[in-house]
Design a protein around this ligand. Structure first.
Ligand code: PMP
Length: 344
């Protein structure tokens, strides 16, 4: 990965080496120094560029992919965008099987990035032949030489962060990092980064952020899958209703759960206090920091690093829409004016 002060051959040279930015206000009630690794500086505006590029280049190194071959994944989110971007540059066909719940905006964005999008019915079980999992599996079997990224079950997802995010943070903090806090979806980011950091210093505390409605925290504590933990929630990219093989539970010390509502308010607060326009899960990770800070878990001299996984622009019809916040009932409890119209 290259220094930014030069001319690049293509956008893929800009993947990784994202900045670490000190947080100056939002954490002012707590002891210690706090830094955000701002993954929206990746060319695809999220941390998923790292895994898309790494997994595809691994397949190339192993001779699995040749130009014109197909890359398949089941996502309308950040990973889909990143795979589409890498596919354009490297000359692969990108097929994304997405749920019919995905917004039209997202589907349009992926098509704009050259992806072939299969929209699959949302309300069928995962093993139904029409589900996006089954459609992706079938396409993968039918197309010789295709690669199925399968981010929740792909060990290379962890490896991508072990090779890039971990070393970058270690260098950027001069090895002085004391805490690493990150949201866990596939678990790739937290697992790969933590694995690297703990190899350098086993005393670094690693804290995962999970959603109420997800099974991950309970599984970490009991190693048992408890489906009573599962119920709908709004934050995308955080938590899960299954146990991802791309999560290494042994390198994570503990999990903290956050609510949709508090995470939404905290995401908006990041913009207003730090001038950083970040996604919903950045709000979630900062909400976890607040909860830990209020428990007195940080002390003077601590260096706490959090990941801001993506950019706020992907959430204009959600957390950054006053109408959406109102519709969720999120403005009521904090006495926040929902719409301030200035009359002339
Ligand atoms: N935040 C967002 C917005 C994401 O899309 C994801 C990925 N699902 C995450 C956080 C969590 O990252 P990971 O999958 O590496 O655990």
């Amino acid at each position: 990965m290259k220094n930014r002060n030069q001319v690049f051959d293509n956008v893929l040279d800009l993947v990784g080496n994202t900045p670490l930015v000190k947080l100056n206000r939002i954490t002012s009630d707590f002891e210690g120094d706090f830094f955000a690794k701002i993954e929206s500086f990746n060319p695809g505006q999220s941390s998923k560029d790292r895994i898309a590029l790494y997994i595809i280049e691994e397949a190339e190194r192993k001779g699995i992919l040749k130009p014109g071959d197909t890359i398949i994944e089941t996502t309308s989110g950040n990973t889909g965008f990143s795979i589409a971007m890498v596919s354009i540059i490297k000359g692969y066909e990108c097929i994304l099987a997405v749920s019919s719940k995905s917004s039209a905006d997202k589907i349009d964005m992926l098509k704009t990035m050259g992806a072939k999008v299969y929209v699959c019915p949302a309300h069928v079980s995962a093993d139904d032949p029409r589900s996006y999992y089954e459609v992706a599996k079938r396409l993968h079997e039918e197309r010789k030489g295709s690669v199925y990224i399968n981010q929740y079950f792909n060990e290379l997802n962890i490896e991508a962060h072990y090779q890039s995010t971990g070393p970058e943070i270690w260098k950027q903090t001069n090895g002085e990092i004391t805490h690493f806090v990150a949201c866990s979806g596939t678990g790739g980011t937290i697992s790969g980064t933590a694995r690297y950091l703990k190899e350098q210093n086993p005393n670094i505390k690693v804290i995962g952020v999970d959603a109420f409605g997800s099974v991950i925290k309970k599984y970490h504590e009991t190693r048992e899958f408890d489906d009573k933990e599962i119920y709908p929630y709004r934050i995308e990219g955080l938590g899960k209703n299954l146990i991802p093989a791309a999560t290494d539970f042994d390198v994570i010390d503990e999990f903290v759960k956050v609510t949709d509502e508090e995470s939404a308010h905290t995401a908006r607060q990041i913009a207003k206090t730090e001038g950083i326009f970040a996604g919903y899960t950045s709000g979630a990770v900062m909400q976890a920091i607040k909860q830990l800070g209020e428990e007195g878990r940080f002390k003077k001299g601590d260096k706490v690093v959090v990941i801001f996984p993506d950019h706020g622009s992907r959430y204009m019809s959600k957390v950054y829409s006053e109408k959406w916040m109102n519709d969720q009932g999120f403005f009521d409890s904090v006495n926040e004016a929902s719409t301030q119209k200035i009359e002339y």
